[in-house]
Design a protein around this ligand. Structure first.
Ligand code: GLU
Length: 429
């Protein structure tokens, strides 16, 4: 591919990404209108109630000090403390963090968790940082936001390029500041520090349970189903493994560098074994294709599990599947969803499909508050129940209002947040 067209593709991807907040707001508006709620509801929910930007000085290994920019957005705390991950990524923007916080509010509403939504982010490239630099950055972030977070205020968790080790450093820093043990300050911790069994794999299990519900509705057998998963990080890789174990054919996967495709099915255990700590494995193969090519390959179920905006106006007409399940946050633009609707491709939205992570985060927080820890079987069974009930609610709401599942999920989420806000006297309708 010529450099020019590569640059154009990159530009197109960035354009879609920068639109997250607009995407969130436009879909929110549509759902508020379907509900026949006054515009005040939209005006209130379209942006976070609180947004903090911080500068984090970090001593680098070379002795220099680098100043990193971080954010924390708290969308709405009417239903309870706010909740949501922290991402470390070079492309983090304030708009994206605000949109992600809004999606978290709706996600907690869809799954009936007693939380509002939040999200944090730091502009950095963790792939270029040492372990020690990452620790200093994580601790610096907690010092910078400590005033507005806490186990009954706002509870962070992992997100893109953050993991249980980063949560452990953040917890330790918070404990030092507060001078008492507060495991409920953060979720996604290592088990030894009060983490929950099953949290690491929760998002992928949630997507899997959702996929099983869809197959049931569509009378599809998992064994015959051909699946492509874009993204081989925490979510994509475990999901690929579970599907492989259940006998589904995972015919495509991808990481940030490229995609692998084999219509006879990929050897997922081998790829799991050979990926690096950032989930990268495609660089080992000469026949790797691009992420864009992978998204357009024929399959039954396409699962974008990486970044936002990857299915957009440029490729929605060429996506070649029956069902899209959004495992990433915001991977399909509003315009693209319309095209998929027109093409009768079912889209199962992110705020439903990828809610498994925050559901088990909630279980982790409950266990921390109780000081009593559950078995992995208990966690899994409760996760499955929550995912199944949430799926059924959204499916029925879509039927009731004659809307797609995206709008239906927004409706479910908005109803919860708006009602709690109304009862507190923050909204009148
Ligand atoms: N970052 C995950 C999400 O986007 C999990 C958030 C949490 O566990 O609080 O849903």
């Amino acid at each position: 591919m010529a450099i020019n067209s590569l640059n154009q593709k990159k530009q197109e991807e960035l354009e879609e990404k920068d639109n997250s907040l607009l995407e969130f707001q436009e879909t929110l508006k549509e759902a508020v209108e379907v509900l026949n709620y006054p515009t005040q509801v939209f005006e209130f929910l379209k942006k976070p109630m609180r947004f903090l930007e911080v500068s984090i000085p970090v001593k680098m290994d070379n002795g220099q000090v680098e100043i990193f920019t971080g954010y924390r957005a708290q969308h709405n705390d009417a239903t309870g403390p706010t909740k949501g991950g922290i991402r470390f990524h070079p492309d983090v923007t304030p708009e994206e963090v605000k949109a992600l916080a809004g999606w978290m509010s709706l996600k907690c509403g869809v799954t009936g968790l007693p939380y509002g939504g939040a999200k944090g982010g730091i502009i950095c490239d963790p792939r270029k940082m040492s372990f020690d630099e990452l620790e200093r950055l994580s601790r610096g972030y907690v010092r910078a936001v400590s005033q507005i977070v806490g186990p009954t205020k706002d509870i962070p968790a992992p997100d893109m390029y953050t993991n249980s080790q980063i949560m452990a450093w953040m917890l330790d820093e918070y404990d030092h500041i507060r001078e008492f043990d507060s495991p409920g300050f953060i979720t996604g911790k290592p088990i030894a520090l009060g983490g929950s069994k099953g949290r690491e794999t929760a998002t992928s299990k949630g997507v899997l349970y959702t996929l099983q519900m869809v197959c049931e509705k569509r009378k599809m057998s998992l064994i015959d189903t051909r699946i492509i998963i874009q993204g081989f990080g925490n979510v994509g890789s475990y999901l690929a493994q579970y599907l492989y174990e259940l006998g589904a054919k995972v015919i495509g996967i991808s990481d940030v560098l490229g995609g692998l495709y084999d219509e006879n099915g990929l050897d997922i255990p081998y790829l799991m074994e050979n990926r690096d700590s950032f989930g990268i494995v495609s660089n080992r193969y000469e026949n790797a294709i691009s992420n864009q090519e992978l998204l357009e390959k024929e399959c039954d179920i396409l699962i974008p599990a990486a970044i936002s905006g990857v299915i957009n106006k440029h490729n929605a007409k060429r996506v070649n599947c029956k069902i899209v399940i959004e495992a990433a946050n915001g991977p399909t633009t509003k315009e693209a969803i319309q095209t998929l609707d027109e093409r009768s491709i079912l889209l199962v939205p992110d705020i439903l499909a990828n809610a498994g992570g925050v559901v088990v985060s909630y279980f982790e927080w409950c266990q921390n508050n109780q000081g009593y820890y559950w078995t992995e079987e208990e966690v899994d069974a409760r996760l499955k129940d929550k995912m199944a009930a949430s799926f059924t609610n959204v499916y029925n709401t879509a039927k009731k209002y004659g809307v797609n599942m995206k709008i239906a999920a927004y409706i479910e989420g908005i109803q919860k947040v708006a009602e709690a806000s109304r009862l507190r006297g923050w909204l009148k309708y």
